[in-house]
Design a binder for this molecule. Structure first.
Ligand code: LMR
Length: 395
């Protein structure tokens, strides 16, 4: 009998468990299409050169580790506001925006769902399918989860999204993914973002847009067009922004929680609540990753270098998508797999069952979650013919 004997043992987190199992697999031939981490052609996840240079500058210049305060690095926050709202957005001068450094995109999501709860939200809608940690965060905060149809048979379902959300009650929360959708790689076109903004406004929905892969679809500017169209139409909303992927800062936990309001009074009140949420959980946000991003974005040369590195990660993912999609079409004879080449970011979802995914892992050493999601950004181009051959056995 122990203090803890009342606890049941939980299964390992599906994605993190897969990461460990892959590392421990001793087979010579194994392929990791699991957790969402970018790898270069050599199979490494290198520190970006702009990040290395920014860290060297910080090491030389930093003379204190004292707390930065509840908002964390305010220069970092201003740069992310530039990305999300735009440098000249009038709401910023009018005190109708807020931004807080958060421990990763997930910390920002946690802040947003916690704020929804303080606003009286009881239920949060997530896309079907979505990143498993979305419902996880919502449930761990004691709120109910509902799902809106998102993609059916590998194709975006605008009618499904709008019809599901028509069922939402005023005050319900909604998490919508910006670029790029995890797990499907299928993003919302700009006109649908506007329709979603109109719907959120007319129904009084509390929407948080989760932006975890900014710059991985087309370009920094184009990737944010839909999010901005949404905010324009809705007039109010929240954004969770992650720098894990686009700056390669995974373990530094670098994110930002932002909100746009229709009145400065509303945003002033919300600011006190976000500060209180942070204080009761992480107390003060981590500084290192936000310092790196602020150093890069505040320096023209480092910024240009980062943008070039981001473009090369994106171009590699686009080329891998095309090659894998061609190989899968050739292997299976199914043209629908050609869609992979038109999807965005690190992930796509294949029509592979949980049993099929388990069999691929156990029999052929190919690791992917039970949802049929594949991380394309972790593949080596030379392995594509073999990966396509293995995947085709389950398609
Ligand atoms: C993923 O979806 O694989 C990544 O976002 C990593 C994670 O934390 O799950």
């Amino acid at each position: 009998m122990s203090l803890y004997s009342g606890l049941s043992t939980l299964p390992p987190d599906a994605l993190l468990g897969l990461m460990v199992a892959y590392r421990e697999d001793k087979r010579d031939e194994k392929f990791d299409l699991g957790v969402g981490v970018y790898k270069d052609e050599a199979g490494n996840t290198p520190i970006l050169s702009a990040v290395k240079k920014a860290e060297a500058r910080m090491l030389a210049a930093q003379d204190s580790k004292v707390y930065e305060g509840p908002r964390g690095n305010v220069d970092f926050c201003a740069h992310v506001e530039d990305f999300v709202f735009g440098a000249g957005h009038p709401a910023r001068a009018e005190g109708r925006t807020l931004s807080f450094t958060a421990p990763g995109g997930c910390g920002a999501l946690y802040a947003g769902v916690s704020l929804m709860r303080r606003m009286g939200t009881k239920k949060v809608w997530v896309s079907k399918p979505t990143w498993p940690n979305h419902p996880n965060v919502v449930k761990s905060l004691g709120l109910d989860v509902a799902e809106y149809d998102y993609a059916v048979g590998g194709t975006l379902s605008p009618t499904g999204i709008l019809e599901s959300l028509m069922q939402a009650e005023p005050g319900d929360g909604v998490i919508i993914q910006g670029p790029c959708h995890n797990p499907t790689g299928i993003d919302i076109p700009e006109r649908l973002w506007t329709a979603l903004g109109d719907l959120a406004k007319s129904k009084g929905l509390v929407v948080m847009v989760d932006v975890a892969y900014h710059g991985f679809a087309r370009s920094l500017g184009e990737d944010m067009a839909g999010v901005r169209a949404f905010l324009e139409a809705a007039g109010e909303g929240m954004v969770a922004y992650s720098c894990s992927k686009n700056f390669g800062l995974y373990r530094e936990r670098t994110g930002c929680f932002l909100a746009l309001g229709s009145t400065p009074e509303g945003i002033a009140a919300a600011t006190t609540h976000v500060a209180a949420i942070g204080r009761a959980s992480w107390s003060m946000p981590p500084a290192h990753g936000a310092g790196i991003v602020a150093t890069i974005l505040g320096d023209a040369e480092l910024r240009a270098e980062w943008e070039a590195e981001l473009s090369s990660m994106r171009n590699r993912m686009i080329a891998l998508r095309k090659a894998l999609s061609d190989a899968l079409v050739a292997e299976t004879g199914s043209n629908s797999l050609g869609e992979l080449a038109r999807q965005n970011g690190m992930f796509s979802q294949l029509p592979i069952t949980p049993e099929g995914a388990k069999k691929l892992r156990e029999d052929l050493g190919l690791y992917m979650p039970a949802s049929g999601r594949i991380n394309i950004a972790g593949i080596n181009a030379n392995d594509i013919p073999r990966i396509a051959e293995i995947l085709a056995t389950a398609l």
